[in-house]
Design a protein around this ligand. Structure first.
Ligand code: TYM
Length: 328
């Protein structure tokens, strides 16, 4: 059976970009593979976090995993910092990567903006992500488009180490991306990605937003003056983005949506999108509220840590042995 691994940073509440680009795949893959899903809290300290808030966000993300439909009986859900092998493997990968390839990462370039004071963690972050993936001998990594370059780097390092030792030290993973939803754009600016940290709360829809906030954000969303529901990313990026959200929540194709709104303005389309989005998000929010304070969540994370640690230690020992490092 193939193994799936993915992770989400606990830097705030998840938005529909995270859900439609990544988490929806996490849920679907449970039927065909052995899935390991991590709350990647060590990634989030690349930027300063309030310790109390971070603790709470870790549990929020784990509860959201379960609320969207990840079943801890079938899949492993755990917190990265509780499995120390991630950091240990990350060092081995650091020693098998080049500063040139890390400097080419677009996320690093965007965040560091050429400043000498940019945190080193932002630079080396893709190596911790590579360690997350390689530690679980992962075959498939479901993510949004913004992680494509990091997956390529992971593959390059895995192949490099395998070639050096002329054996399969690492499984070479593959990214998995949604056909629609791999890159959901901000509602107030369809040229930039929907993000957890953007200042305007109406730029995104969080999975924990109440119905009136969802409605307000959609009704305010940027469109254009062409007044036709037509999928054209270049000339109508705002409408195309809303159509993508509509499509992934409803299962309807772009052609079906275009037909449905032929001759109608954006008002009708947005009103229906509000309903479809609320129907998609409300059950998640309600389940989250039940799970977040439950013992079920704590038990799932304890069991998850145990299961993840067994796999992680087995891989790390294999890697350390290969490099001649000590591991009893
Ligand atoms: P993070 O926490 O920023 O995002 C979590 C997941 O959501 C996807 N995503 C989006 N998809 C579509 N549209 C958007 N606007 C959007 N914004 C975010 C991301 O691609 C991601 O799949 N580096 C990762 C976390 C990570 C990881 C890993 C992932 C750490 N280690 C190992 C996979 C495997 C990150 O920062 O994701």
């Amino acid at each position: 059976m193939k193994r799936v691994f993915s992770g989400v940073q606990p830097t705030g509440n998840l938005h529909i970009g995270n859900y439609l680009g990544a988490l929806k795949q996490f849920v679907e893959l449970q039927d065909e593979a052995e899935c390991v899903y991590c709350v990647v809290d060590m990634h989030s300290i690349t930027l300063p976090q309030d310790p109390k808030e971070l603790r709470s966000h870790i549990l929020d993300i784990a509860a959201l995993y379960m609320a969207v439909g990840i079943d801890p009986k079938r899949s492993t859900i755990f917190v990265q910092s509780e499995v120390s092998q991630h950091a240990e493997l990350s060092w081995v990968l650091t020693c098998n990567s080049y500063t040139g390839e890390l400097s080419r990462m677009t996320q690093f370039k965007d965040k560091a903006k050429g400043k000498e004071s940019a945190p080193t963690g932002i630079f080396s972050y893709p190596l911790l992500m590579a360690a997350d993936i390689l530690l679980y001998d992962s075959d498939i990594v479901p993510v949004g488009n913004d992680q494509k370059q990091h997956i390529e780097l992971t593959r390059d390092i895995a192949i490099r180490v395998n070639n050096r030792f002329d054996k399969k030290v690492f499984v070479v993973p593959e990214g998995r991306f949604m056909k629609e939803g791999a890159r959901i754009m901000a509602l107030d600016d369809p040229t930039s990605k929907m993000s957890k940290s953007a200042e305007n709360p109406h730029s995104r829809i969080s999975l924990l937003d109440d119905d009136s906030k969802i409605k307000k954000s959609i009704m305010k969303a940027t469109t254009d003056s062409l007044a036709r529901v037509h999928y054209d990313v270049e000339n109508q990026p705002g409408v195309a983005n809303l159509m993508t959200i509509y499509s992934v929540f409803s299962g309807k194709s772009m052609e079906e949506i275009e037909k449905l709104y032929e001759g109608k303005g954006y008002g009708d389309f947005k009103k229906d999108l509000v309903e479809i989005s609320i129907d998609g998000i409300r059950p998640i929010r309600e389940r989250f509220n039940e799970i977040r304070r439950s013992q079920e969540l704590i038990t799932a994370l304890d069991e998850g840590r145990e299961k993840a640690s067994v796999i992680a230690e087995r891989t790390l020992k294999r890697v350390f042995d290969t490099f001649g490092l000590g591991r009893k």
